[in-house]
Design a protein around this ligand. Structure first.
Ligand code: NAP
Ligand code: GDD
Length: 338
């Protein structure tokens, strides 16, 4: 029998790349999507075929992490061998505006899914999308032993999800793992995360479609990697014999200011002439510096990143320039694994 996977958050950046990866490996992929009044499937439209077509391998199901009984029904019907929980209210700044909803979807959502697996009696492997945001104020470098000190409702919700994942592993013997992923980006990144906000603005300003760019804290340090490489690490975690948790990162230090300079330089502009400050983009508590030590993922899973922040900025700018010119971009249109 072929392998079958269930992905929550399949319409997001990571979900779309993971669906591509698993389909290329011959999996039957089932994705959870939220009903909305407009289509929210643009990142996976190129993968979708009508369910009546022969050979269809991607199936989409309406549902929500707030709806536990729906998760039970779906898991019972689909019987996946691998479950990837990528769904979340994933924006840190927004989590200060919507703390309760973030706790419900990003935190409690994980235990609803774990409990649904347990109730159905599935013997599947479970991946939890944990985050470097859990380290918060603990200084870098951060690895699997680093103490958590979350600085946002989002970070706190992810810490809860992390611990219930470990608890179901230790308490019920479930193959449940946390991938503690540092920031990872791509041309499919949501437009309000800082990297995509910058690369999109650089392309638009160069094309004369935008005059200025309002930003918050430019001093923040992040370890930015390339999303398609990170979903490969997720898959490898579930193929290993032992369930255990891993940090996934590049180990490269880059500031928001560095990302601005590299991106604007790509289109021949000096960023300092266009960027203005707006305090709306500050957070009540900031995470100053995240730089990961992914030695364990390298040694145990054989995973190493190839794309580092400067190349990432350039490929994202190129994709945004191509999109503005309505020409195809190899970074957007071609399934990376296809
Ligand atoms: P994303 O682009 O924001 O995608 C989030 C996905 O979750 C979307 O498919 C969204 O559906 C879905 N979703 C949100 N709330 C839901 C709910 N209540 N029920 C069901 N689905 C819901 O996020 P991403 O960048 O791909 O990240 C994937 C996961 O990894 C997230 O859990 C994120 O917190 C975590 N993570 C991300 C990073 C990173 O740097 N990207 C790093 C560490 C951890 P709609 O399309 O309908 O909104
Ligand atoms: N979004 C945004 N917009 N961030 C800004 C801006 C702005 O205008 N100006 C400065 N920043 C700074 C933020 O204060 C933060 O320090 C940094 O840029 C990165 O912000 P985001 O891109 O929004 O990402 P994040 O690091 O807060 O969270 C992302 O990475 C986490 C992993 O560490 C998200 O993808 C989370 O879901 C993920 O868990």
């Amino acid at each position: 029998m072929g392998r079958r996977a269930f992905i929550t958050g399949v319409t997001g950046q990571d979900g779309s790349y993971l669906a591509e990866l698993l389909l290329a490996k011959g999996y039957e992929v089932h994705g959870l999507i939220r009903r909305s009044s407009t289509f929210n499937t643009s990142r996976i439209d190129h993968l979708y075929r009508d369910a009546h077509d022969e050979g269809t391998k991607l199936f989409l199901h309406y549902g929500d992490l707030s709806d536990g009984s729906r998760l039970v029904t779906l898991l019972d019907r689909i019987q996946p061998q691998e479950v990837y929980n990528l769904a979340a209210q994933s924006h840190v700044r927004v989590s200060f505006d919507e703390p309760e909803y973030t706790g419900d979807s990003t935190g409690l959502g994980a235990i609803r899914l774990l409990e649904a697996i347990r109730m159905v009696g599935l013997h599947c492997k479970y991946y939890q999308a944990s985050s470097s945001e859990m380290f918060g104020a603990t200084p870098p470098p951060q690895n699997e032993q680093t103490v958590f000190w979350p600085r946002s409702p989002y970070g706190a919700a992810k810490v809860y999800a992390y611990w219930v994942t470990r608890n179901y592993r230790e308490g019920y013997g479930m193959f449940a793992v946390n991938g503690i992923l540092f920031n990872h980006e791509s041309p499919r990144r949501g437009e309000t995360f800082v990297t995509r906000k910058i690369t999109r603005a650089a392309a638009r300003i160069a094309a004369g479609e935008q005059d200025e760019l309002y930003m918050g804290n430019l001093d923040a340090v992040r370890d930015w990697g390339y999303a398609p490489e990170y979903v490969e690490a997720m898959w490898r975690m579930l193929q290993h014999d032992e369930p255990t948790d891993y940090v996934v990162a590049t180990g490269t230090r880059f500031t928001v200011r560095d990302f601005l300079a590299t991106s604007f330089e790509r289109v021949g502009l000096d960023w300092e002439k266009y960027v203005k400050f707006d305090e709306r983009y500050l957070r009540p508590t900031e995470v100053d510096a995240l730089i990961g030590d992914a030695s364990k993922a390298r040694d145990v899973l054989g995973w190493t990143p190839k794309v580092h922040a400067p190349d990432l900025a350039r490929l994202m700018v190129d994709a945004d320039v191509a999109a503005l010119n309505h020409v195809g971009s190899p970074w957007i249109d071609t399934p990376v694994w296809g």
